[in-house]
Design a protein around this ligand. Structure first.
Ligand SMILES: Nc1ncnc2c1ncn2[C@@H]1O[C@H](COP(=O)(O)OP(=O)(O)OP(=O)(O)O)[C@@H](O)[C@H]1O
Length: 844
C-alpha cells in the first residue's frame, strides 16, 4: 500500500497560466493590443528586456516596487514558515479538528480585516496597508474577497475530520479560479499595464490580473489569453468542487435535480434562503479519510521493512512494522489487443451519488493504557533468579520488555556458560513461573542475551481504535493498510494487505482468529471507501461475518455455501483475467498505474469502443474457513487460489484465507507456496505451527489474540498481540457505512453453477476431464487423441469424445485422419477459454 491512494485531481493547469517565456513574434502581436500610448512601444525581443527598456521611470518604479514586494514577501514567508515549523511538533499534537478550526478562524479574521479596509474605508495604518495591498493585488475584485473568506472558513470549521488534502485541493482550486478570473477581468478592462498608471491597474484585475494576462496578451493576443484563462478558471472550479471532467454531467444532473426537488418540495420556501451551492456542497470531497493521530503515546517513526525495529524504551518509541519487503511485481502479460467487450468494470464503480464519509475515528474506543512494569513482572524476575541459582548457572536477569500479553526477560550469561544450560531449563522455568507457555529466544536479535518470553498474568488490551489512530497508521493513507496489533516491545504493528499480497490466518478454535478477521474488515471500513476497496466475504460457518451483511463495500451478499464460494473464487479468476487484459491492452504493469492514468485522463478508449474507463477498486477476498471449501471442491478451490495468488497482485486482488484446521489437506503445499504472508494464532500442535509458519512456535502462543506474524520475505516471525475490536464497535462502524451508501451487487459472483448447467447437458460429468484436456492440448499445442489417452488415462472412446467437445468449442480444428488436429487457441488465451467452458466467463 504503498500509500496509495487515489487523490484529488491533479493540478495540470499550471502550464496554462505559465506559458509564455521567450518566443513569439512581438512584431505581429503588438498591434493587437488594445491599449494605446506606451503600449505601442513594447520591446521586441524578450520579455525580460522589454519593460525596463521602454516603459519609462513610472514603469521602472513599478517593476522595482514589485521586486521589493516579492523580497519582503519571501522574507515574511521564511520567517513565518520557520516559526510554523518550530511550532510544528506541538501543532501536530493538536487535535486535527482544532487545527482546522484555527485555520477557519484565521480566514474569518482575514475576511473581517479586508472588509474593514475595502468596504468601509476604515482609518488606521494596518487597515490602510491592507487596503493598498489588497486593492493593488486584486483590483476591482477586492470587495468580493471578504465574501469568499466566509464560506471557506465555514467549510473548514463545519466539516471536521476532512484530510489535509482537502485543504490543499481547495487552495489549489481557488488559486487557479482566482488567477483565471482576475486575468479575464483585466482583459475586460483592455489589459492596462502598470505603465498606464497604478489606478488603471487597480480598476482592472490588479497586479495579479495583470500578471496573469498582460505579458501573455502581448505574446499570444488577448483573445487567446482569454480562452486560456477561461480554461484555467474552469479547471479551478472543477478542482474546488472535486469534479473530474467525466463527472460533470452527473454533477449537473444532481445539482439540477436537487434544485428542482427543493423548488417543488415541502421546503421550497426555505430553499430560497439557502444557497444552492451550500446545500449541494459540491466542493465536498468524495471521502473523508485519515483517522487522526491518537492523543496517546504513539510517536512512531515510519518503519522500514518487515520486522519492527528493536527498541530500548518500548512505550516511548514504538516502530511500525509493515510488510514493505515487496518482491518484484509479477511480470506483466504480453501485450494483447483491447478487449472486445464494451464494458470495462466488472465491479460497479460507483455505489453512491455524492459524498462518502469514512466513519469518524472515535467510533472505535481506546484500549487500556500500557503498563511498563507491574508487580507480576517483579515476581517473575525473582522466580527466574531462583532457577538460575538452584542450577548453579552464572547468569543474570538484566532487564525485561513488557508487551501487552507477554514480557520478554533478558538473561545475560557469565563467561564460559553454555547457552544450552539455560535452554535446557525451559520446563523448570515453566514450573517456577507457573506458566506452560514459556518460549526461549536465543539470542534476542541485536543483543547478546537470551530472551525468555513469559505470558503476563495481568494483560493489556490492545484496541484496534488505538492502532488505527497511531501515527504508523495515519501516516500511510493506503486504503488496504490494516491494524494488526502491538509487538512484544509495545510497538504498533500495521500491515498493508496490498503488500502481503495474500495472507493465511490460522490458529486453533478460540485463539483469536475471528477477532483478527473482524479487525481486518473493520480497518478497511474505517479507512477505505467502497470506490477504493471492495470485498467478497466467504463465511461457511454462517455466524462469523453476518454482521457485515449490507455494507457498501461488498460486491456480493456474504457467501455461506461452500459450493458458491468455490464458484466465487472462479469468478475472481475471471475478474483478474479481465483486469489483466485491460492492463496489457493499455500497457500498464500494475492496477495502481492504470488507475492513476485513468484519473489523470491519460487513458482513452480504443477507436470504435464505447468503453468509459474507470479506476478499478482493490478487491479483497476473505475466506473465513478454508477447510469447508476444501472439503467441497478441493481441486477447483486449490486451482483458483493458486491462479489468483500467482497473478492477482498486479491486478489489485488480494486473498485472506483463514482456517482453524491448518493441516496439509487444507493448507496444501501449493496453497502454502503461493500465500506468502502468514498470521498464526495459538495452534494445538507443533505440526500445525509448522504448516503455517514452517517452524515451531505457534503452539506456545497463549491464545486470545497472541499471534505470530510472518510477513512475506521475513525470515523470523514477529510476535504480536492482535488488536481487539468489540461487536458493539463493529456494529457502529457497519451502521455508519450502511448509512453512507447502498451495496451494489454483481449478480454473477458465485453463480457459475447456474450457467454451468446450460452446458452440463452436453459435457455432463466430463467437465473436469475436459478442462484438463483443453489445458493439455493448448499448453502443448498438440491436438492428439492418443496423447489424451496417455496423459489423462482414459480410453479411446472418452478421448475421442473430449476431442469432439473441444472441436465444438473451437479449441481444436476438425479431424484430419490419423494426423494430430490443429490447435486453435494460444496458451495466452487459455484462462479465458477455461473460464468460458466452466461457464464463468465475462458477462455478455
Ligand atoms: N485480540 C484480542 N484481544 C483480547 N482478547 C481476545 C483477542 N482475540 C480474541 N480474544 C478472546 O478470545 C476469545 C475467542 O476469540 P475468537 O472468537 O476470535 O477466536 P477464534 O479463533 O475465532 O475462535 P473460533 O474459531 O471458535 O471462532 C474472544 O471471545 C476473546 O475473549
Amino acid at each position: 500500500m504503498a500509500t496509495r491512494a487515489p487523490k484529488t485531481p491533479q493540478g495540470s493547469g499550471g502550464g496554462a497560466s505559465r506559458s509564455g517565456g521567450s518566443g513569439g513574434s512581438p512584431k505581429k502581436k503588438a498591434p493587437q493590443r488594445r491599449s494605446s500610448g506606451a503600449s505601442s512601444q513594447r520591446p521586441r525581443s524578450s520579455a525580460a528586456k522589454r519593460k525596463p527598456a521602454d516603459e519609462g521611470p513610472i514603469a521602472l518604479l513599478f517593476v522595482w516596487a514589485g521586486k521589493g514586494l516579492m523580497l519582503v514577501w519571501r522574507l515574511l514567508a521564511h520567517t513565518v514558515g520557520g516559526l510554523a515549523r518550530a511550532a510544528g511538533r506541538s501543532a501536530r499534537d493538536l487535535d486535527p479538528d482544532l487545527r482546522r478550526d484555527g485555520l477557519g478562524l484565521v480566514l474569518l479574521a482575514l475576511g473581517l480585516l479586508i472588509a474593514a479596509a475595502v468596504w468601509w474605508d476604515t482609518e488606521g495604518p494596518l487597515l490602510e496597508a491592507t487596503r493598498t495591498v489588497v486593492v493593488g493585488a486584486f483590483g476591482t475584485f477586492s470587495p468580493v474577497l471578504p465574501l469568499l473568506c466566509l464560506p471557506f472558513a465555514w467549510r473548514l470549521m463545519r466539516t471536521p475530520g476532512s484530510g489535509e488534502t482537502d485543504v490543499g485541493r481547495l487552495f489549489i482550486g481557488s488559486t487557479a479560479l482566482l488567477v483565471g478570473l482576475l486575468g479575464l477581468i483585466h482583459i475586460g478592462h483592455g489589459v492596462p499595464w502598470p505603465a498606464d498608471g497604478p489606478e488603471a491597474v487597480r480598476r482592472a484585475g490588479g497586479i495579479i490580473g495583470f500578471a496573469a494576462s498582460g505579458p501573455l496578451s502581448l505574446l499570444i493576443t488577448p483573445w487567446v489569453t482569454g480562452v486560456l484563462l477561461g480554461l484555467l478558471l474552469v479547471f479551478g472550479l472543477l478542482v474546488v468542487t472535486a469534479t473530474p471532467v467525466h463527472r460533470i454531467p452527473e454533477r449537473m444532473r444532481s445539482l439540477f435535480g436537487g434544485l428542482m426537488e427543493r423548488e417543488g418540495g415541502p421546503d421550497a420556501g426555505m430553499g430560497i434562503l439557502d444557497s444552492p451551492g451550500e446545500e449541494e456542497q459540491p466542493e465536498r470531497p468524495k471521502r473523508k479519510r485519515k483517522p487522526r493521530e491518537s492523543s496517546g503515546a504513539e510517536t512512531a517513526d515510519s518503519g522500514g521493512a518487515g520486522v519492527a525495529g528493536a527498541n530500548e524504551r518500548p512505550y516511548d518509541t514504538p516502530v511500525v512494522a509493515t510488510t514493505d519487503k515487496a518482491p518484484d511485481p509479477a511480470p506483466a502479460p504480453d501485450h494483447t489487443p483491447p478487449p472486445e467487450s464494451a464494458e470495462q468494470l466488472s465491479i460497479p464503480p460507483r455505489v453512491v451519488d455524492g459524498d462518502y464519509e469514512l466513519p469518524p475515528p472515535p467510533t472505535l474506543k481506546p484500549g487500556t493504557p500500557p503498563k511498563p512494569r507491574t508487580k507480576a513482572n517483579d515476581t517473575v524476575v525473582e522466580a527466574l533468579n531462583g532457577v538460575m541459582e538452584q542450577f548453579n548457572i552464572d547468569a543474570e536477569i538484566t532487564g525485561f520488555t513488557r508487551g501487552p500479553t507477554v514480557t520478554r526477560y533478558e538473561i545475560e550469561l557469565g563467561p564460559a556458560v553454555k547457552v544450552e544450560k539455560v535452554t535446557a531449563l525451559t520446563k523448570n522455568i515453566s514450573l517456577a513461573v507457573k506458566s506452560a507457555d514459556v518460549r526461549i529466544q536465543s539470542p534476542i536479535p541485536g543483543k547478546s542475551a537470551i530472551g525468555v518470553e513469559i505470558p503476563n498474568s495481568d494483560k493489556d488490551i490492545v484496541s484496534l481504535g488505538d492502532i488505527l489512530r497511531s501515527s504508523p497508521a495515519t501516516s500511510d493513507e493506503h486504503p488496504l493498510l490494516v491494524g494488526l496489533g502491538k509487538d512484544i516491545e509495545g510497538a504498533t504493528v500495521v500491515a498493508n494487505l496490498a503488500k502481503m499480497p495474500h495472507v493465511l490466518v490460522a490458529g486453533a478454535t478460540g485463539a483469536g482468529k475471528s477477532t483478527c478477521i473482524n479487525g481486518l474488515i473493520t480497518s478497511v471500513m474505517m479507512r477505505a471507501t467502497p470506490d477504493e476497496v471492495r470485498l467478497i466475504l466467504v463465511d461457511p460457518k454462517r455466524v462469523e461475518l453476518t454482521m457485515y451483511e449490507g455494507i457498501p463495500h461488498l460486491i456480493t451478499p456474504i457467501i455461506t455455501s461452500p459450493k458458491k464460494a468455490a464458484d466465487a473464487l472462479q469468478w475472481v479468476v475471471g475478474e483478474m483475467d479481465r483486469r489483466y487484459d485491460d492492463l496489457a491492452a493499455s500497457g500498464y504493469r500494475h492496477i495502481d498505474d492504470f488507475n492513476a492514468a485513468v484519473r489523470a485522463g491519460d487513458l482513452t478508449a480504443p477507436p470504435g469502443s464505447e468503453r468509459v474507463y474507470e479506476p478499478y477498486p482493490y478487491l479483497v477476498v476473505i475466506v473465513d474457513e478454508l477447510a469447508d471449501l476444501m472439503m467441497v471442491a478441493p481441486r477447483d478451490v486449490e486451482d483458483a487460489i493458486v491462479r489468483i495468488t500467482q497473478l492477482a497482485r498486479a491486478a489489485g486482488i488480494h486473498l485472506v484465507l483463514a482456517t482453524q484446521r491448518p493441516s496439509v489437506d487444507v493448507v496444501t503445499g501449493l496453497i502454502k507456496a503461493n500465500v506468502p504472508s502468514r498470521l498464526a494464532f495459538a495452534t494445538s500442535s507443533l505440526s500445525d505451527s509448522r504448516v503455517i509458519l514452517d517452524q515451531p512456535g505457534a503452539e506456545k502462543l497463549v491464545g486470545k489474540g497472541d499471534a505470530m506474524f510472518l510477513p512475506m520475505g521475513a525470515g523470523k516471525p514477529i510476535r504480536l498481540q492482535n488488536a481487539w475490536v468489540t461487536e458493539k464497535e463493529i456494529r457502529a462502524v457497519v451502521d455508519h457505512c450502511k448509512k453512507q451508501a447502498e451495496p451494489r451487487y454483481r449478480e454473477d459472483v458465485g453463480t457459475a453453477e447456474a450457467k454451468k448447467k446450460e452446458i452440463d447437458e452436453e459435457i455432463g460429468e466430463d467437465l473436469d476431464l475436459l478442462l484438463q484436456a483443453i489445458e493439455l492440448v493448448v499448453t502443448t499445442q498438440f491436438g492428439s487423441t492418443s496423447m489424451l489417452q496417455r496423459k489423462l488415462r482414459v480410453g479411446f472412446a472418452k478421448a475421442g469424445r473430449l476431442m469432439d467437445l473441444m472441436e465444438s468449442r473451437d479449441v481444436v480444428g476438425p479431424s484430419e485422419g490419423s494426423k494430430a488436429r490443429d490447435v486453435l487457441v494460444q496458451p495466452d488465451d487459455l484462462a479465458g477459454v477455461l473460464a468460458r467452458v466452466r461457464g464463468d466467463g465475462p458477462p455478455e
